[in-house]
Design a protein around this ligand. Structure first.
Ligand SMILES: NC(=O)c1ccc[n+]([C@@H]2O[C@H](COP(=O)([O-])OP(=O)(O)OC[C@H]3O[C@@H](n4cnc5c(N)ncnc54)[C@H](O)[C@@H]3O)[C@@H](O)[C@H]2O)c1
Length: 449
């Protein structure tokens, strides 16, 4: 099939590249000329494991193309994806200006019959809006192409995006007719050859809501566990034991039960906010999700306060190393990263901060450099040199088993704050560190499992 992908960000680039990998002819379009030039030279503008190799491979096989001009993608096109950003607007609702602009361009420039697929995360009813926008442009042009609109939200996880796209749990397709359902099956069949029932054909509104419902559920689990972890600290229970015990109930499952510094990233915060807005607009008070948002913000402040509390509220002259600036491991994406909120709090109390991240420093400096006082180190051990505390915020594999003796030697004061519960309490205590984590009090019975 001939495919255009409009918006070549984390989702558009991964989707376009993976669709090319299975044999489709794909043109990825973006307004950002710099990004498109990088891609034409087979350089990925984002860090995503395995992606750059696939881009190179598919450019070489002449299946993957890049352009800033939408008309280049729409020539003889069968399916056009809209994968532009839907950032949080001022009132919390999803800002649809990029989606509307992409729809208008499609209406203005399409050359024949087409299935337009909304892959961006959009509020219920947006496909209707996209359809109306396109139809209005077709009417102005006085052409009668059959252009229909389908919903196909994306569930990939940054850091494992290629793997997720190539081996999906499910592919949700919202349609208005059998022809579009058949096109989706044709498009995606090869990705679910093991189990074709992984393609869910539903109505468009349900499809749009499945995406928000999924993200809101995951955000709720995280916030729920963070609150339980805080209770564990007060009552002397261990959140790791609680997590294992709860997760082994098949009705609950083991995933997304880790306590931490609060969720961040480009999706959960804005998608929960947008769903709350959709509720308000429809006179449905999504009070649980309102509490999830405020609980998540409170968690970021809570973990930051652990550091200042340890220093009796006086961080003046203290040097603090932060490991992990990206919002999660495996990505250079720092949007809404918990590290930013934590780092914002530290200099308020007089501390200086040095950050390390395997991939995220450049984006962190670009997004927060003007507002946050931070310097960077390209070596995690150099980052801790002469510091009064090491704070683990993002659980990159590189940080899983560091050389703690080397860290002990390098630090001025031996304080570790592990906000991902990655390291062993008894081991660090034995080495002489003051160690704090989340929901694992130091006087609980420590089991080695
Ligand atoms: N990032 C994720 O992990 C993820 C996962 C699932 C769903 N989503 C959703 O997918 C959508 C895209 O997210 P993203 O993270 O890829 O965003 P992004 O910001 O990385 O990329 C969006 C791209 O669209 C381009 N763009 C905007 N308007 C355009 C236009 N009219 N024509 C061509 N290009 C245009 C921008 O220049 C940018 O490169 C969002 O709705 C998001 O919520 C994201």
């Amino acid at each position: 099939m001939k495919i255009a992908v409009i918006g070549t960000g984390y989702v558009g680039l991964v989707s376009g590249t993976c669709l090319a990998e299975v044999g489709h002819q794909v043109t990825c379009i973006d307004l950002d000329e710099h990004k498109i030039n990088q891609l034409k030279n087979a350089t990925s503008p984002i860090y995503e494991p395995g992606l750059e190799t696939l881009i190179k491979q598919n450019i070489d096989h002449e299946r993957l193309h890049f352009s800033t001009r939408i008309e280049d993608g729409l020539l003889d096109c069968d399916v056009a994806f809209i994968a532009v950003g839907t950032p949080e607007g001022e009132d919390g609702s999803a800002d649809l200006k990029y989606v509307k602009a992409a729809a208008k361009s499609i209406g203005e420039k399409c050359k024949g019959n087409l299935l337009v697929v909304v892959k961006s995360t959009v509020p219920v009813g947006t496909c209707d809006l996209v359809e109306q926008t396109i139809q209005a442009e077709l009417k102005k042009r006085n052409v009668s192409f059959v252009v229909s609109v389908g919903s196909n939200p994306e569930f990939l996880k940054e850091g494992a995006a290629v793997q997720d796209f190539m081996h999906p749990d499910r592919i949700v397709c919202g349609v208005t007719n059998d022809r579009d359902a058949a096109t989706f099956k044709d498009l995606y069949g090869v990705f679910v050859i093991d189990d074709p029932s992984k393609i869910f054909i539903v109505d468009r509104k349900s499809s749009e809501l499945i995406k928000y419902g999924s993200n809101a559920m995951l955000a709720t689990r995280i916030t729920f566990m963070n609150e339980l972890a805080r209770l564990c600290e007060k009552v002397g229970a261990d959140i790791d034991h609680v997590r294992r015990g709860m997760g082994s109930d098949v009705r609950i499952g083991r995933k997304f039960l880790w306590a931490g510094p609060g969720y961040g990233g480009s999706c959960f915060p804005k998608d929960v906010a947008a769903l709350v807005q959709t509720g308000d607009q429809n006179d449905v008070n999504l009070s649980l999700l309102k509490a999830v948002t405020s609980g998540n913000e409170a968690q970021k402040l809570y973990v930051a306060s652990k550091i200042s509390r340890h220093f009796n509220g006086n961080l003046s002259g203290k040097k603090i190393a932060v490991w992990g600036l990206a919002f999660k491991p495996g990505t250079d994406d720092v949007r809404e990263a918990p590290a930013a909120k934590i780092i914002e709090e530290l200099p308020r109390s007089g501390a200086t901060v040095v950050g390390h991240d395997p991939q995220g420093c450049e984006n962190f400096q670009r997004d927060f450099g003007n507002d946050l006082k931070i310097t960077y180190s390209d070596d995690p051990y150099a980052a801790v040199k002469g510091t009064d505390a090491l704070v683990l915020v993002t659980e990159w594999p590189e940080y899983k088993r560091p050389n703690f003796s080397k860290i002990f030697e390098a630090m001025k004061s031996k304080n570790i704050f592990d906000f991902r519960n990655q390291w062993s309490y008894p081991m660090l205590k034995k080495l002489g560190f003051h160690y704090e984590c989340i929901g694992r009090p130091d006087d609980s019975y420590k089991v080695t499992i």
